[in-house]
Design a protein around this ligand. Sequence first.
Ligand code: ATP
Ligand code: ATP
Ligand code: MG
Ligand code: MG
Ligand code: MG
Ligand code: MG
Ligand code: MG
Length: 247
Amino acid sequence: MAKSKFEYVREFESSDRCLPNTWMVVRLDGKGFHKFADKHNFEKPNDKNALSLMNEAAKSVMKEFKEITLAYGQSDEFSFLIRRDHDLYNRRSSKISTIICSLFTSAYVFHWDHCMVGKTLLYPPCFDGRVILYPDEKNVRDYFSWRQADCHINNLYNTTFWNLVLKGGITNQQAEERLCKTVSGDKNEILFSQFGINYNNEPEMFRKGTVVYRPKDRSKRSSNVNVEHIDIINDAFWLEHPHLLNK
Ligand code: ATP
Ligand code: ATP
Ligand code: MG
Ligand code: MG
Ligand code: MG
Ligand code: MG
Ligand code: MG
């Protein structure tokens, strides 16, 4: 096709091709979900349906992009791990993060009615996205450990906080003060002695987040994924599924 005289502006685009042979993680996070959760009356501290909706959106992304071997989600965030040898969009960072982010967001809206039974979506939600490159297995595992540890820390705090407020009858500020110098043992103790809650019996999805991964499968085209709420900090998961990190 003949080129117009305007074609030169294309030269202003800069390359953002990512380093070859490195694992790529795309992390998405909801924008202003503190408010979004309030406006849509999410249950505190964990709205089960809202988490299931996040998981559905992540499954839609994994169905579309077979290069993603594993995803991990908690709260309003999801991280996607892309095989290190992939050549998706010629490894262009912005192409990859924007396409995953927009598919996730549209799937979140698409599945809303099904997951958030009886709730009207009041305004269009949006997510930010970033790409992070990791050169070795340890870094990849530490990344996912970091997110799962974050889930645990936040969930223990939030569970204790909302029990103090909703069942303990103290104000948000009093609960904050009560918790500010506590370690995790103290929070477990408050939950148990004051509310009869054994934290370890709280739902796994709340405590561990959600792991979506591709099973080792003869047909690489299969869009089948497993959804589990399990530990990915210790070795067991990775020893059982070494293909998730294989080149
Ligand atoms: P930012 O735009 O900077 O990400 P944010 O308001 O989204 O701001 P986050 O740190 O991402 O802040 O935290 C997300 C917040 O969304 C949580 O603290 C919680 O209040 C709310 N939230 C997200 N998912 C759920 C859920 N399933 N159930 C209840 N609350 C949720
Ligand atoms: P890529 O994923 O590489 O962008 P693509 O199929 O989206 O591939 P584009 O070069 O972006 O290809 O072209 C978009 C195509 O979508 C058009 O060529 C046309 O076939 C179709 N299309 C988009 N908008 C309209 C529209 N409003 N009416 C009819 N066809 C449309
Ligand atoms: Mg934030
Ligand atoms: Mg957020
Ligand atoms: Mg967040
Ligand atoms: Mg095109
Ligand atoms: Mg197009």
